[in-house]
Each structure stands twice: as C-alpha cells, then as structure tokens.
Design a protein around this ligand. Structure first.
Ligand code: PMP
Length: 355
C-alpha cells in the first residue's frame, strides 16, 4: 500500500471534528434512555413492515406521496415539504446550502452537537450564546447577529436541556436577521406546551425541521422532514442525495402518519407525566433538574459519572457528557414513555443516588 497522503478538504477544522460519538453504554441494558428515543412500535407497524412487497424493495424510493400527506397536514403545497433521512439529514443539507467560509451560525448552547459539526464542515464559524436553561437568550442572540450571519438555530425544545423558545422569540429572531435562515429544530416539538409550527410556516426566512424519531418512536427508520419556504426547499433537494430515504422507511412512516395519531397523543401525555416525576425524584435526591418540555430531563449532579455507572449496574443507560467542556456536571435521563419502565427507573434512580 502506498503511503502517499490523500488530498483532503482545505477546511482546516475538518481533521479536528472527529466522528459523532454515541453515548457509552455497556451491553445487556434493560432500559435504554440515553438517546431520547420513543416507545416501542405497535403491532400494526410491524405488520405493515412484514407486508412490504418485492416491488417496493426493487424500485428506487419515491418520497412524493409522503411529502404530499405531510403537506396536507400542515396546509402547505407539497413543494414546501422535503422528506429527509432523519432530522440530521435536513440540518446537514441546510448547513451545506447556506454556510460557507466567512459565514456564521448562531447556536445557543449547549445544544444538539451535529449543528456545530455540520457548520464546521461547511467552513463556517459558530457563535454560541449561553442557553444553560430557562428562557431563550433572545438579547444575546440578537446582539450576535452580523451581516455574515447565515443561519440561526432555534432548537426548541432544546437538547440537552429541554428549554424552549416562545413564539415571540421566533418572531423577533426572524425579523432581526432577514438575511439569515432561521432553523427551527422541532425534533421534540410534540412534547412542548406551545406549538410554534403555524407561526414558523408564515415567516419567510424560517425552516422547521421535524422527525419521526422521537414522539413517533421510529428513530431506526431514519425519517425526518423540513417545512420550508419554497426556495429553501429547492436548495435542500438540490444539495441532497436523490434517494436519501429507503422505500421501506417511507412506507412505514406513511402508515404511522395515517394510523397512529392516538398513539402519538398517548405517548406525549405519558412523557409529560414522567418528566415531572423524574424531576421531582431528582430534586428529592439532591440533584438540580432543569425544567424540561422534551422527553428527557437534564440535571446538575455532583458526580454524574458515578450516578450513571450506578444506573448502568442496574441495567439503565443514561447519558453523562464526559469530555464536553462546560457539561461535566450534567446527567440526561430520558423518559421511557412506559408506565412499568418508569417505575423501574424511579427505583433505580433512588438506589443510584444511595437513598
Ligand atoms: N435535532 C435534535 C435537537 C436532536 O436531539 C436530534 C436527535 N438526537 C435530531 C435533531 C436528529 O434526529 P433524527 O435524525 O433522528 O431525526
């Protein structure tokens, strides 16, 4: 083998970014709540999966029918809906479409780490106003806007905190930066008290990204979508792979959309009860939970790695953020969206905190 170095992208940060590291988790966990996933699929989903036919597998996928169904739900023309390989793919396409060297992303942080990665791969710089919890840092975000701001991320509810932006925040950000794309990431939107979707669809520089991965419990399918202004939807189709989402995934997501709204509502109701219970238990155990409107609770904990390991020992996988500057004392606990598992989690938490 030749040792001649390969040519690499001139974007200097590329080599430093490394790969996404999924949470550390021992084998044999009984309850995995470290990636904010949803509940297990219902039998009708598995039956639909078993009914996938040979033609579906043989042909290249066509997401048009799913885009049309989503568009009807949101009262949009199908041209404004882009189905993507999870929300990740939507975020990545948007970063590639609007970010480049000399441009800036404003990302209230901590937040979902892929934003920063995709921005760096596009050669852009990232400005990170602090948003540790509570209200969206509207003043800091507005103060950070420059003529080079090409994207502002409004992740609401935010990951890993569960904090939300309001309609007023979204309106003000969009108005203050008409030259920038506002990416409203609604991966956890179903769990929030206020739904920003209708407002987002009226603003000319806002694109909303959503997913089947969380409240619909279908992360393995890799189906997300963007509700975008027409020209932004065009950019997303231009920069994306022609057949990004598998035909099987499109079929199952369509089935879920047509049949499982009651199940979705039940999941959301269950999660709202669970996150309050997790918050209360953590508070009793001396941790400092952050109010959350997502399907997880973040807490400040004296020794998160020790608590995480004590939970691992009981078969419960939660997320500590070792090696992430500023996040060393945080622990993120997902809501199981299942009553029996929630009881199990409470018992495990009490034991892990030594009470
Ligand atoms: N946005 C946020 C805030 C997330 O937390 C995640 C997943 N962790 C995503 C987007 C992407 O999810 P997916 O690609 O599964 O839709």
């Amino acid at each position: 083998m030749s040792s001649t170095p390969l040519q690499v992208s001139p974007i200097a940060v590329l080599k430093d970014a490394g790969r996404y590291q999924p949470p550390v988790r021992p084998a044999g966990m009984k309850l995995v709540i470290d990636l904010n996933e949803g509940p297990a699929p219902t039998p009708d989903i598995l039956a639909r999966l078993a009914a996938v036919d040979g033609e579906t597998l043989r042909r290249y996928p066509d997401a048009t029918a799913l885009e049309t169904r989503l568009a009807a739900r949101f009262g949009l023309p199908a041209s404004r809906v882009v189905v993507t390989a999870g929300g990740d793919d939507a975020i990545e396409r948007l970063c590639r479409a609007v970010l480049s060297p000399g441009k800036e992303l404003i990302l209230p942080s901590p937040s979902f780490e892929m934003f920063k990665r995709y921005a760096k791969f596009a050669g852009a710089s990232v400005t990170e106003p602090a948003w540790p919890e509570g209200r969206f840092p509207i003043d800091a975000v507005l103060a950070a806007v420059t003529p080079n701001t090409a994207m502002i991320a409004v992740v609401s509810p935010n990951n890993p905190t569960g904090a939300v932006a309001t309609a007023d925040d979204l309106r003000r950000v969009a108005a203050a930066a008409p030259h920038a794309l506002i990416l409203l990431d609604g991966a956890y939107a179903e769990f929030a008290d206020e739904d920003l979707t209708a407002l987002a669809l009226t603003l000319p520089n806002v694109v909303m990204v959503r997913t089947f991965s969380k409240a619909r419990g279908l992360a393995g399918l890799r189906v997300g979508y963007a509700l975008a202004p027409e020209r932004v939807a065009d950019w997303m189709r231009a920069v994306g792979a022609p057949f990004a989402v598998s035909s099987v995934s499109i079929a199952i997501a369509g089935h879920d959309l047509d049949n499982n709204d009651a199940r979705l509502a039940a999941t959301v109701a269950q999660v709202k009860v669970e996150r309050e219970r997790i918050r209360r238990v953590l508070e009793q155990l001396g941790a400092q939970p952050v109010p959350s409107q997502a399907n997880f609770v973040l807490a400040r904990v004296k020794d998160p790695v020790a608590v995480r390991d004590a939970l691992f020992a009981q078969g419960v996988a939660v997320r500590a953020f070792t090696g992430k500057p500023g996040m060393e004392n945080l622990l993120r606990i997902g809501c199981p969206a299942n009553a029996a598992e929630m009881d199990f989690l409470e018992t495990a938490l009490r034991s892990a905190f030594g009470r």
